[in-house]
Design a protein around this ligand. Structure first.
Ligand SMILES: *Cc1c(COP(=O)(O)O)cnc(C)c1O
Length: 360
């Protein structure tokens, strides 16, 4: 068996010990004589898996009292619609920051339900940057303020949590969730699809402050109704049981690895090394302002883009896979989520130096 270094943006690399454990438990989960996939979601075995996963996630993130953790389906994309449906209440508009493609998708979906004020535009230009908080045109009567913590496609990441005053702050954390500690108490809602940094596709974690439940519109589809799902322990209907189980194994792996502080140190080290290699060369370039560079998704372009195909081919031969940039921006993108070992980042850096030596 050969495992490659997989730099996919998502579905993405998972920790090997997690995959091994899932394989070992595949046919007979802990003496149950069944695979987790075959279990009733209401049986005591699966309920114990679900409860353990939530407890571990709460511990990792230090989720405060007064917040509910939901394990839903539909991806972050479903949340783009669920947010206005759940949170608009009596308000007449919502505020969104636009820092790139995922912000835009969230804005377009929210516009189906209400007036969206785009309070700041960023993530464009050269270098790409995040507009300073002081320049945002926020409305104190907005139902909430939404931002995308990490734009997966362009690699533009917020390195601190913006101040939202008394307006509930909402964040799409899909590609940065669990990469470092986050002060959950600063948020009304945060949400993340599992397939970037903590599990297989099909699962979306939503963490929501309970006092927001009284805003939920009656027209919200039940499966995306935060209050109803909280009351049903995310089992209003059949949840994504296997993805939930696997995410639970990732949470346990994160705890064994030292939790999110240790993860943050490792992620900072990996990203710093890769950006340093890119910056030290005229052959490669990252187009993001240093203060807004993503720790998880590192896009880079070759000075001579006619070498792009060659780069991807030779990288693939060297066991470095899925480095092609998103079709909307071209170039390359290395996603270096929690599960990407430091040896994988070093292998990429070594390959890049060798490729430059041969073709530069
Ligand atoms: C991948 C991604 C999404 C979309 O996730 P789906 O699970 O495909 O709905 C939304 N936001 C961000 C930041 C992402 O990285």
């Amino acid at each position: 068996m050969t495992r490659v270094y997989n730099f996919s943006a998502g579905p993405a690399i998972l920790p090997e010990p997690v995959l091994e454990q899932a394989a070992a438990e595949m046919l007979d989960w802990r003496g149950s004589g069944m695979s987790v996939m075959e279990m009733s979601h209401r049986g005591k075995e699966f309920v114990s898996i679900a409860e353990q996963a939530e407890a571990d996630l709460r511990e990792l993130l230090a989720v405060p009292e007064g917040y509910r953790v939901l394990f839903l389906q539909g991806g972050a994309t479903a949340q783009f619609a669920a947010l206005p449906l759940n949170l608009l209440g009596a308000a007449g508009s919502v505020d969104y920051v636009n820092t790139g493609s995922w912000s835009k998708k969230a804005i377009a979906e929210a516009r189906k339900y209400t007036t969206v004020n785009v309070v700041a535009e960023g993530g464009t230009g050269d270098p790409m940057d995040i507009p300073p908080r002081a320049d945002w045109q926020c409305d104190p009567d907005a139902a909430y303020l939404h931002y995308c913590a990490n734009e997966t496609i362009t690699g533009v990441e917020f390195h601190d949590i913006p101040d939202a005053g008394d307006v509930p702050l909402v964040s799409d954390m899909s590609s940065t969730f669990l990469s470092r500690p986050v002060d959950v108490s600063r948020f009304g809602v945060l949400y993340a699809g599992a397939q970037k940094n903590f599990g297989p596709a099909g699962l979306t974690v939503v963490i929501v402050r309970e006092d927001l439940f009284d805003r939920v519109s009656d027209r919200t589809p039940s499966v995306w109704d935060y209050r109803r799902q909280a009351e049903a322990d995310s089992m209003l209907n059949t949840p994504a049981t296997y993805s939930w189980y696997l995410a639970g194994l990732v949470f346990q792996w994160l705890k064994r690895e030292g939790g999110l502080t240790a993860m943050a140190e490792r992620n900072e080290r990996k990203a710093a090394r890769l950006y340093a290699a890119i910056d030290a060369s005229d052959f490669y370039r990252n187009p993001v302002a240093p203060g807004a560079r993503s720790l998880m998704n590192v896009p880079f372009v070759l000075a001579d883009d006619s070498l792009d195909g060659r780069f991807l081919e030779e990288a693939s031969e060297a066991g470095l896979k899925t480095l092609k940039g998103h079709r909307s921006v071209g170039g390359m993108r290395a996603s270096i989520y929690n599960a990407m070992p430091e040896s994988g980042v070093q292998a990429l850096i070594d390959f890049m130096a060798e490729f430059e030596r041969k073709h530069g």
